[in-house]
Structure formats: structure tokens, C-alpha cells
Design a protein around this ligand. Structure first.
Ligand SMILES: [Zn+2]
Ligand SMILES: [Zn+2]
Length: 226
């Protein structure tokens, strides 16, 4: 087994702790794994940002907006540190599909911890890419993440508007019109899955559509809190 990031060989240590549980094969070597920063400790219960306040300033701002907040909460696994930025660049922008598997065990394990209260029939909905971008990249990273989860994945949202979010200011992003369309109503709880939560605007656009089409509760689950 070789590390998906640095390609060095992974030697799995056998000790009393993992001898009987037959440790899951690892996709990252120990030094690479340690470069990733798993979020823990006190965080905003709404958006997962590390915060001593129960609800952070960002989320209070969302609360004050006239429109109903469409996302009940977001949970993220990792911080957006340097290692993560490099990994994301290689995975999604340079099309290294397999690298995404490095996140699999974290993403599934945190799911069980963070969403233990969830209805058993909840549906995972990946945030879509435009067709254009999908062709360019070859895969949708959000779909890959959603497929890691032990619940059903349904691609019911499509992207109609293709402008790059990253080139806009915060104000511009929040002011944009809904870039999504929905192809099918879901009357169950939904977990929207994406790679990164930044302002939360994208997810709220998707959440609004889901609510308008019969969805009871919309949660977000993201790999990274930007
Ligand atoms: Zn490595
Ligand atoms: Zn927050």
C-alpha cells in the first residue's frame, strides 16, 4: 500500500490496539496524515467554524437576513490548511480522482458521529458542477464524497449558472441568484454534500430549492470548513 499523497510505502503498525479490529487499510502515510487538521473542540453549532460562541458571527448574520435560512446546520471535517489546499488542487483541479479516497475513512467516520440523530431514510444530495466543468474535470468531487456515505445518493440538483464563485467577493456571492434547478422533489431529510463550506451561500441556494420542493430538513456536510 502506498500513500496517495507522497507515494511512500505505508507500513501498518500492528499493536494491541488494532490487532483484533484488523485496522482498515490506510490511504495516507502517518506524516501526511498528520499534516491534515481535523477540526475538533468548540465550534459553531450551525456552521462548524471553530468558535467559542455557540453560534458564530457569520451565522448570526444569516439569522438576520429576511429570507429563511435554508440550512439547519453544516458539519465539516477538516480545516483548510496548506496541506489541504494542495490536496484539493491536485484532486479536483488536476483531476486526480483516486486522491479523494484519502478522505474516505474520515468522511464516513465523522458522518456517524455528527449525524447520529438523522432519520435512517435521509438522502445525500451532492452539490452539482455545471456540465461544462464536469467535462473539464471528469468527475464531481461532491458526488464522490456523497458516495462514501452509508445512505442513498440522489443527484436531483443541477447547475444552470456557471460563473465561478471563487472570483467574486462575499457580497457578490451572497447577492447572486440561485444557480441551481431541481429535477425531482424529495420529501425526506437531505444532507447536501460538498467539498468546502466557505460563505455557505451555495449550500443555501440549494437548500432553498429543496425546501420549496417538499424537503423537510436540509443539513450540510462538507469535507472542509474554509
Ligand atoms: Zn504520505
Ligand atoms: Zn457559524
Amino acid at each position: 500500500m502506498h500513500c496517495l499523497w507522497c507515494n511512500s510505502q505505508i507500513i501498518q503498525e500492528v499493536n494491541w490496539e488494532n490487532l483484533f479490529i484488523l485496522a482498515k487499510p490506510k490511504n495516507l502515510c502517518q506524516p501526511c496524515e498528520e499534516e491534515l487538521e481535523v477540526l475538533h473542540g468548540e465550534r459553531c453549532r450551525r456552521c462548524s467554524r471553530i468558535s467559542e460562541d455557540e453560534v458564530c458571527l457569520d451565522c448570526k448574520w444569516w439569522d438576520e437576513q429576511a429570507s429563511r435560512d435554508t440550512i439547519t446546520s453544516n458539519f465539516s471535517v477538516f480545516a483548510y490548511n496548506e496541506m489541504m489546499q494542495d490536496m484539493i488542487a491536485k484532486w479536483k483541479y488536476r483531476g486526480d480522482y483516486h486522491l479523494g479516497n484519502a478522505f474516505k475513512s474520515y468522511f464516513t467516520q465523522s458522518f456517524h458521529e455528527a449525524f447520529s440523530y438523522l432519520d435512517k431514510d435521509a438522502i445525500a444530495v451532492p452539490v452539482p458542477l455545471s456540465n461544462e466543468r464536469l467535462l473539464e474535470r471528469g468527475f464531481n468531487q461532491a458526488k464522490m464524497l456523497a458516495d462514501f456515505l452509508p445512505i442513498e445518493t440522489k443527484e436531483v440538483i443541477t447547475r444552470v449558472h456557471t460563473e465561478k464563485q471563487s472570483k467574486k467577493t462575499r457580497r457578490e456571492r451572497i447577492g447572486t441568484k440561485n444557480p441551481f434547478e431541481i429535477t425531482k422533489s424529495i420529501n425526506k431529510s437531505v444532507i447536501l454534500v460538498d467539498d468546502i463550506y466557505t460563505t455557505g451561500t451555495t449550500l443555501r441556494h440549494a437548500g432553498a430549492l429543496l425546501h420549496e420542493h417538499g424537503c423537510r430538513k436540509v443539513y450540510a456536510y462538507t469535507l472542509i470548513r474554509g
